[in-house]
Design a protein around this ligand. Structure first.
Ligand code: GDP
Ligand code: MG
Length: 162
């Protein structure tokens, strides 16, 4: 079984930056995995010699109209397809109402979720992590997707059980 990881969160928190970092130099854009549709962006990546599928999503704003509604719908579908959700939040913005809303949805769906606190470059990791503990989702990890910080720990926490 190839694990599926979805990157979910508000726009601009760094989902695509992380997607590109993890799938870089992988030529396969996956389209032929049974049960997966292609409306989200799929990529293949490897961790410790094991392949996994990564889904990038447009983002959820919590204020869904027009194109935002489509984006949110794609995110919800990605959550359903995923074995693990990486819920990205922005350490510089802090905890936002849209984060709370997404967190609530993930709790309700009882999805295996890792809160990924991105953009901790120049910030204290522990303070950044504490800011998001009210989400009540348990495990969290601090990263800087743009610089590669925290990525190994993030992958261990999300793929270790597969
Ligand atoms: P998405 O909308 O969630 O896919 O976010 P993007 O990946 O497009 O990133 C949004 C912005 O955040 C871009 O300007 C990125 O360069 C920036 N960004 C992403 N990761 C980091 C990071 O680790 N640190 C900082 N400072 N900026 C980042
Ligand atoms: Mg993006």
């Amino acid at each position: 079984m190839v694990p599926v990881i979805a990157l979910v969160g508000r726009p601009n928190v760094g989902k695509s930056t992380l997607f590109n970092r993890l799938t870089r130099s992988r030529d396969a854009i996956v389209g032929d995995i049974p049960g997966l549709t292609r409306d989200r962006q799929y990529g293949e990546a490897k961790w410790q010699e094991r392949s996994y599928i990564l889904i990038d999503t447009g983002g959820i704003t919590g204020d869904e109209e027009g194109i935002d509604a489509k984006m949110a719908e794609q995110s919800l579908l990605a959550i359903e397809e995923a074995d693990v959700v990486l819920f990205l939040v922005d350490a510089r913005d802090g905890l936002c109402p849209a984060d709370q809303m997404i967190g609530e949805h993930l709790r309700k769906r009882n999805k295996t979720t890792l809160v990924v606190v991105n953009k901790v470059d120049h910030l204290d990791e522990n303070i950044a992590l504490a800011e998001f503990s009210p989400l009540g989702l348990g495990a969290a990890v601090a990263i800087a997707a743009a610089h590669g910080r925290g990525i190994t720990q993030m992958l261990e926490l999300s793929l270790g059980e597969f």
